[in-house]
Design a protein around this ligand. Structure first.
Ligand code: FRU
Length: 321
């Protein structure tokens, strides 16, 4: 590839929610730093079949590199392998496929997060309590791994009992139904929702049923969502689940221009609760304010470039005639 050439990156995003929008935004902002990158995002909106078709579309459009966040591991594996085997560098982000046939993976360790949640709950509750677990979509790797990590630690805590573990499919409405069903049958002290929006649903149901003594833990901790919910006391804790959007574009570029990169890129995580949420939010608000400035500056620079190019072509016309 010569200097003038543009690399076309195709991203197959599996779902549409605030966490996904944050990932997309990180990718768009990072790609904007490199004039040689062009990014197309197709969103499957929770539909695995649609995602298969969208990945096919990106392959047919001959993207130079493919990024996939698989809705469900099993059904997305064959098409991801196919792209890789055709020689398209393929980055898997956040959710996994059931294969090693990809170029790089970026994401947090969901098994460890599940373990961290259980350890955190055990410490705060002195190893005692009745738990409702609301799982993500069972076909997706973070749901399986968060569940396994959680249960592996609970084995050491015989007085922490999971009275119900049900699938909420990552979605607040499904989680609401789960909570309504379980709360009307069982006494629950602790809810572990595999993400913050499902955890919030459990709190809302509890409130509407007059259940007060409830400890609710979620995952994601986005500054304007999960962290806010922790600050408001809707959730007692959440675990930061970084989207990896920025890292994905950086690795994509390294792959495309033949620079070194790691195949496995594991992102860190950390608990957010009443002890640290205020300072975290304050600091993040500053970062977000600066991001906004950067976005505005970037678009101004673009405008100026455009004006400059317009003037140059006017000048050329003047010189020719
Ligand atoms: C967003 C989401 C997050 C969760 C992640 C797992 O679509 O459900 O809330 O942490 O996906 O892949």
């Amino acid at each position: 590839k010569n200097n003038q050439e543009t690399f076309h990156i195709g991203f197959s995003q599996c779902a549409m929610d605030e966490w996904r929008e944050t990932m997309n935004k990180e990718m768009v902002m990072t790609a904007a730093l490199y004039p040689d990158l062009e990014l197309t995002i197709l969103n499957a909106r929770e539909n695995t079949r649609r995602q298969q078709l969208q990945i096919r579309e990106l392959i047919n459009n001959k993207v130079d590199l493919l990024i996939i966040s698989p809705n469900e591991s099993g059904p997305i594996t064959p098409i991801a392998e196919e792209a890789f085997e055709q020689g398209i560098p393929t980055i898997i982000i956040d959710r996994k496929i059931n294969s090693g046939k990809y170029t790089a993976f970026i994401g947090a360790n969901n098994y460890q997060i599940g373990r961290d949640v259980a350890t955190y709950i055990a410490n705060i509750h002195n190893g005692k309590g009745r738990i409702l677990e609301i799982r993500g979509m069972d076909g997706s790797s973070p749901a399986r791994e968060r569940h396994n990590g959680f249960f592996d630690v609970l084995k050491d805590h015989p007085n922490l009992n999971v009275v119900a573990s049900m699938e909420g499919k990552w979605l607040p409405d499904n989680a609401r139904e789960v909570a309504e069903e379980v709360f009307s049958e069982e006494q629950v002290d602790i809810v572990f929702g595999h993400n913050d929006v499902m955890a919030r649903s459990a709190r809302e149901v509890a409130n509407s049923m007059g259940i007060e003594d409830l400890f609710v833990v979620g995952i994601d901790a986005l500054p304007n969502l999960g962290m806010k919910l922790v600050e408001e006391g809707v959730l007692q804790a959440s675990f930061i689940y970084p989207t990896g959007g920025k890292k994905a574009i950086e690795i994509a570029r390294a792959i495309l221009i033949d620079e070194p990169f790691n195949k496995q890129n594991i992102l860190g995580t950390s608990v957010v609760d009443s002890t640290n949420v205020t300072v975290l939010r304050l600091q993040l608000e500053q970062v977000i304010a600066f991001q906004d400035i950067l976005v505005k500056q970037t678009s101004r620079i673009r405008q100026q470039e455009q004006q400059f190019n317009d003037q140059r072509s006017l000048l050329n016309i003047a010189l020719i005639s």
